[in-house]
Design a protein around this ligand. Structure first.
Ligand SMILES: CC(C)(COP(=O)(O)OP(=O)(O)OC[C@H]1O[C@@H](n2cnc3c(N)ncnc32)[C@H](O)[C@@H]1OP(=O)(O)O)[C@@H](O)C(=O)NCCC(=O)NCCS
Ligand SMILES: [Zn+2]
Length: 191
């Protein structure tokens, strides 16, 4: 890890946040190392936030597009040739879905959501949420954007990913042609 990453790692108070950050940063370095045939430690990444200059922004590097996400026990990193955004969320039936939905969904999406109840409702809401967040992570705007207005823009492809039960994940890729997506478990990369 570089100095910035070591500083970020040291600043986390909770062990689980430390572990999630460490795993994401490690996967980024190992993926880029494999892609460019370089040692992981020699990879140069930039995490500078365009708003405030602190190193908590989207991970950028020359020659590849990246997106990192964490939720619960899952950490995901997407790598490709076009701007992309990856988001994984835990399906949490305990949250006040209607309250969060009012702040994040468009009127027609709220109407769609109102047909569902219980865990199904939580899944439908989380599907919308992961898709919208994947889109704003692809552009790099993040949650500064009012999610109620976020629809899938022209030239952006959304892919539903296979994740363990209790989670949902979406990948947004800003490319003219539909992307070819390969999903891999990270075990081999980490061994
Ligand atoms: C990025 C964001 C959408 C992440 O939401 P989340 O569900 O809490 O977290 P996730 O685990 O899915 O994603 C976190 C990762 O997104 C990446 N990220 C951070 N800012 C990003 C952005 N603007 N666009 C895309 N990706 C971003 C980082 O890689 C981060 O992980 P890492 O720091 O461990 O490498 C949200 O935190 C956000 O919008 N932040 C920036 C908004 C803002 O106000 N910026 C100005 C701050 S000064
Ligand atoms: Zn910032």
């Amino acid at each position: 890890m570089d100095e910035v990453e070591r500083g970020r790692l040291a600043a986390y108070v909770r062990d689980e946040d430390k572990a999630r950050f460490l795993l994401g940063a490690t996967l980024v370095r190992r993926l880029l190392a494999a892609r460019f045939s370089l040692p992981p430690a020699s990879i140069v990444v930039n995490r500078t936030c365009p708003d405030c200059g602190k190193p908590h922004g989207k991970v950028r590097t020359d020659g590849a597009e990246l997106s990192v996400t964490h939720a619960g026990d899952l950490v995901g990193v997407a790598i490709g040739d076009h701007p992309l955004g990856l988001d994984v969320e835990k399906v949490d039936p305990g949250i006040d879905i209607d309250a969060v939905a009012r702040l994040t969904l468009a009127p027609e999406e709220l109407r769609d959501l109102s047909q569902y109840n219980g865990i199904e409702k939580a899944s439908v809401f989380t599907t919308y949420w992961t898709r919208k967040e994947a889109v704003v992570k692809a552009t790099g705007d993040g949650l500064r954007t009012d999610l109620r207005t976020v629809m899938v823009p022209d030239g952006t492809h959304l892919v539903e990913l296979a994740v363990p039960p209790g989670y949902l994940a979406a990948l947004a890729v800003m490319s003219a042609a539909p992307p070819v997506v390969e999903e891999n478990d990270a075990t081999q990369l980490l061994s």
